[in-house]
Design a protein around this ligand. Structure first.
Ligand code: MD5
Ligand code: FE
Length: 203
């Protein structure tokens, strides 16, 4: 079913379940060319979450700042293309949430292991905030935090499980959010890992 989480945000529980094998196979093909890596924030901290990308643009951070770029700084080559299974899922999920016609050009892939977390932030490096972000959770469950437009706004906690999809549009597109420290566990399809895909229009 579809749950409204906040203004413009919809959780589609289990929406990606029928594609679980294709999505995980696509991640393996992407990481063979653009491996997961721990990027460094502009402040010099190594992120605990490992990341890679596919699409015409990929999100990166280093001492020079946060940005999208067309090449992978590790391989020196363009990022792998967005797989059809990612594009199909983005289209179907965005349409189900009331954002028909969403065509992403970038997908950041986050890999969480037990003990890793993503601190509260906003996604502000994209050109046009009118486009939604479609996020897909695979593997171990996570406690997701989402707040509001101000960093000081109260934060709500939402459990996200394997196969859940969240579409972030409207005002929620710019809400603060994060992921609490991942708990130990084993998932039958991913082992001791959580993957999150964020399908975005970056450019
Ligand atoms: C995750 N990833 O679970 C999350 C899911 C990231 C990131 O935060 O930047 O890679 S995306 C959650 C999201 C996106 C846009 C808006 C909001 C949440 N929100 O308003 O809460 O790895
Ligand atoms: Fe984010």
């Amino acid at each position: 079913g579809k749950e409204a989480l906040a203004s413009g945000a919809a959780v589609l529980r289990g929406f990606a379940a029928k594609r679980e094998s294709a999505l995980l196979a696509a991640i393996r093909a992407i990481e063979a060319r653009s491996p997961f890596r721990h990027m460094v924030t502009p402040g010099g901290f190594e992120m605990s979450v490992a990341m890679t990308n596919c699409g015409t643009a990929g999100w990166v951070t280093d001492r020079a700042g946060y940005r999208y770029q067309s090449t992978d700084p590790v391989s020196g080559k363009p990022w792998p293309a967005l797989p059809a299974t990612f594009l199909d899922l983005a289209d179907e999920a965005a349409t189900a949430a009331g954002h028909p016609g969403f065509v992403p050009d970038a997908c950041l892939i986050n890999r969480y292991e037990p003990g890793t977390r993503l601190s509260l932030h906003q996604d502000k490096d994209e050109a046009d905030y009118a486009h939604p972000i479609v996020s897909v959770s695979l593997g171990l469950p996570a406690n997701f935090q989402f707040g509001g437009p101000k960093r000081s706004d109260p934060v709500r906690r939402v459990a996200l499980e394997h196969g859940d999809v969240v579409v972030w549009g409207g005002p929620s597109r710019l809400f603060h959010h994060g992921v609490l420290t991942l708990k130990n566990g084993e998932h039958p399809m991913t082992g001791a890992r959580r993957f999150n895909l964020t399908l975005r229009r970056a450019l």
